[in-house]
Structures are given as C-alpha cells and as structure tokens.
Design a protein around this ligand. Sequence first.
Ligand code: GCU
Length: 349
Amino acid sequence: MKKSKKLIALALTLTLAFSMLTGCAGGNAEGEKIIVRVGHNQSTEHPIHISLVAFEEYVESELGDKYDVQVYPSELLGSQTNMVQLTQTGAINFCVASNSILETFDDVFEIFNLPYLFASPEAYHAVMDDEELTEPIYTSTGEAGFEVVTWFDAGTRNFYTKNTPVNSPADLRGLKIRVQQSPTNVKMMELLGGSAAPMGFGEVYTSLQAGIIDGAENNELALTNNGHGEVCKYYSYDMHQMIPDMLIGNIEFLEELSDEDRAVFEKGFEIANTVERENWETAVAEAKEKAETEMGVNFLYPDQEPFKEAVLPIHESTLSRNEKLQEYYDMIQEYNVEYPAQTNGEEAK
Ligand code: GCU
C-alpha cells in the first residue's frame, strides 16, 4: 500500500472506530442521512467498483433523502478479512469478499472453493443464479453477523509466474505461490506440489517484485488492474477454480430496514449483479489483450487433467468432514451434466 493510501486508510479506520464507540455508525440522528459504507479491494476501473457505483446511484435515486451510500475502493478500509470483520460488527454496512476467505467465517462457503467444482463457466453461472441453491447458503450465516446479498463473477483462477512456465503440476514443485487466506487453497497448493504463501491481495504485487513469492493465481484482471503482469510473464490456463466474489451485508442493518427500504436495497443488489456481469467479459478480454500485447505476458494452455487429478481428493475429504455440503454438491453435479466442459482449454482461448 502506498503511503498516502495508508494515511487515508488510517484516518478512515479512526473515524469508523470513533463512530462505533459513539454508536453513530449509521448517522441516525434526526434529519441526518444514514451513511451506508461499502468497501472493496479493487481499483475504480474494475467491474466491481462500476457495479457498486450503479448500486449507490440507484439507492440514492430512490431514497437519497435518507441514505448516503459511500463506496470505498482499493482496500481503503483494509484487506478483505478486515472488511468482513468491520461488516460483522456493523462498523461498515457492506463489503465485497472473495468466497475463498469467507470459509474462515462460516464453513458453508467451503462448497464454492472446491477446485474443479464446476464443469464449465456455464455450469458455474447457472448454479450461482439458482436461488433455491444459493439462498439457504447465503442466509445460513446470520450467526457470523452477515448475510450474502448478491454475487459477482470473478472468472476462472489460473497460475501465473515470474520465470517458470507452468505446463503441469510438476512445474509448480519448489515454487512459492501466493494463495488467498483460505485453508482449501492452502491444501490445494499442497496437493499440486507447490508451496502455498497465503496473504492478502494488496500485498501480492510487492511480494512478487521483492521475490518473496514466485507467482500467484487469479483471473486475468490481476495482470493488468493490479499490475502483476509487469512482473509475471507466464499465465497458464489450468482453470483450477471459479470462485465468486460475494457482496455481504451486516445482518442487523439489513433486518432493521423497513420493508419499503429493503425492497429498494434488494433491487440495488440485483442491479449491482447485472452491471458487474455485463462488464466482466469485456474486462477479461481487454485485460488479456493488454497483458499480451503491452506487457509481454505469455498465455499457456496446458492439459488440465493432471491438475484435476492431483486436487480432486479435496472433494471427498471436504464432503466427509462437512456433511451439510453434500446436498449442494449433488445439485451442482446436475448442472455439470447439463453444461459439460468444452474441449480441454478451449474455453480460455
Ligand atoms: C480476485 C477476487 C478478489 C480477491 C482476489 C484475491 O481479484 O475478485 O475478491 O480478493 O482475487 O486473490 O485475493
């Protein structure tokens, strides 16, 4: 994090801490607007930011006399883990968190972190759009102090490295690869033979530059939006995970909304989801083009089977340990049959 960003983050944290102590996180005094704080870790060009601004505009167009929605990008409110904690306590109202890290707050989220869970992007989208499947998951986390209000597409996750092209799991041996702070991802790296370095997203660029890690794994936007393609010149489509980002809201805030206000917020969540997904595919295509032509990143299309074979034991071990996941897993398999994989690697090209 740059120095100025750190200072802004510090000032915001102090303001939030103060508002929590004085009990006016929502600015509820008569005549005052209720401030609705939404945090995320992406830049202002990212589809997630664009969609949250659309959410802000919609809610304020309907209820602008009552609510002032403020969107904080770029980890200004801290890392995703920090922001989830702030959402739990109500210091902020909403944040975007990768499903990966949510499994440390409630183990129901382990389901969407399983590598090679979805047979294709079409199966992934159909699952995430099936409210009968997602609602029980989204609303089962009340005890953790938050609920998922909508999801965002975050594409497919693939390995990218500084010096070593990854064409098979054997190429990961001896490499230190940044993963998200999630036990499933650490386990996944172990099974693939690499060494997992869990850390927050904001630390990845400097860790790559400093040689603390040899690579990372993410969607294509990390190369351009986050500059990782300046350092990593090999991006390898093993397509190990499709992990949604979740917009989560503080449970008390949501439950205390009047029916009318809640309806406006719900419509706003829907708008955010639509806008993000409308922007996603173009953003990926542009990122890939820029990474290839301007940054000199090489895109590789390895056989995915050896990667799959190495990590599939996670499905079995997770389902036997966390039994409530089985019903969701079975429903997902039905979508996998309906939307099977295309020829290996073709989807990435
Ligand atoms: C993606 C995802 C983020 C996540 C990041 C990460 O960019 O959209 O929510 O924080 O990956 O790897 O940490």
